[in-house]
Design a protein around this ligand. Structure first.
Ligand code: ZN
Ligand code: ZN
Length: 219
C-alpha cells in the first residue's frame, strides 16, 4: 500500500511537471533550445531514486504543527546552504554534484539531475534540521518535496525579469547566477537569499544566458 501510494504520488508529480514546464519553456523561453527528452527521462529516473531515498529516511507517523514546519525549514535552509557549499569546495563531493552542473543550457530538467549521493545528503540535512527543532520526520519529507518542486522553477528556461523578489526568495535569475561558470560561484541558497548575504556569497548580477557553459569550480 505504501509502495503503491508512493508510486502514484511520484507519477502525478513527474507527469504534471513535465507537461507544465515543457510547455512554459516552449512558450516563453529565455534561450531557444530543443526539448531534451532523453535528459528528461534520465532525470525522471534520478528523481525516482531521490524520492525513494527521502521516503525511506523520513518514514514515521505525522505530528506536525505550522511552527514546527517553519522552524524546520529555517534550520534546514541553513544546513543545506553549507552542504551545497561543501559540494563545490570539497573535491570528492564535487564529483557527485557536477552531475547537476552539466554544461548544456539550463532548463527545468536540471532540477532532477541530482546524483543519489547528493539526494541522500540533502535529505539527511533536512531530516537533521527537523530532529534539531523537534519536528516530525514527515515534515522533513514535505520540505524535501517542496524544495524539489521549487527547484524546477529555479532552473526553468523561462523569461523571468529580475525584481525585488530576488531579495526575499530564490528565483530563476538568482539560481541561474549560481550556474554561471565564468564567474565566482555564488547564490548557494535554495530558497532564502538572505543566507548568501549573511555569508558573503550573494550576487544579484543580471545573468547573461549566452555565457552560461562549462562550470568552473570555485568557492
Ligand atoms: Zn551547485
Ligand atoms: Zn541548480
Amino acid at each position: 500500500m505504501i509502495v503503491a501510494r508512493f508510486a502514484l504520488a511520484w507519477t502525478v508529480f513527474a507527469v504534471w511537471t513535465i507537461a507544465v514546464f515543457t510547455a512554459l519553456e516552449a512558450r516563453w523561453p529565455r534561450v531557444r533550445a530543443p526539448i531534451r527528452w532523453r535528459v528528461i527521462a534520465v532525470g525522471a529516473g534520478l528523481l525516482f531514486v531521490d524520492a525513494a531515498v527521502t521516503r525511506l529516511l523520513t518514514m514515521r507517523a505525522p505530528t506536525a504543527t505550522w511552527t514546527d514546519a517553519l522552524l524546520a525549514w529555517l534550520v534546514a535552509e541553513l544546513l543545506l546552504y553549507w552542504v551545497h557549499r561543501a559540494m563545490h569546495g570539497v573535491p570528492w563531493l564535487w564529483r557527485f554534484h557536477r552531475l547537476h552542473h552539466r554544461s548544456d543550457p539550463l532548463a527545468w530538467s536540471h532540477a532532477w539531475h541530482i546524483h543519489p549521493v547528493d539526494a541522500a545528503l540533502f535529505a539527511t540535512a533536512v531530516t537533521t534540521a527537523s530532529l534539531i527543532v523537534g519536528a516530525s520526520l514527515p515534515i522533513a519529507a514535505a520540505l524535501v518535496v517542496g524544495r524539489r518542486a521549487w527547484s524546477v522553477l529555479l532552473h526553468a528556461n523561462v523569461i523571468w525579469p529580475a525584481s525585488m523578489l530576488d531579495h526575499i526568495i530564490a528565483t530563476p535569475p538568482f539560481h541561474h547566477r549560481h550556474h554561471r561558470e565564468d564567474l565566482r560561484t555564488a547564490n548557494f541558497a535554495g530558497t532564502l537569499p538572505i543566507i548568501d548575504r549573511v555569508f558573503g556569497t550573494w550576487d544579484r548580477s543580471i545573468d547573461s544566458p549566452s555565457r552560461s557553459h562549462h562550470l568552473k569550480r570555485t568557492m
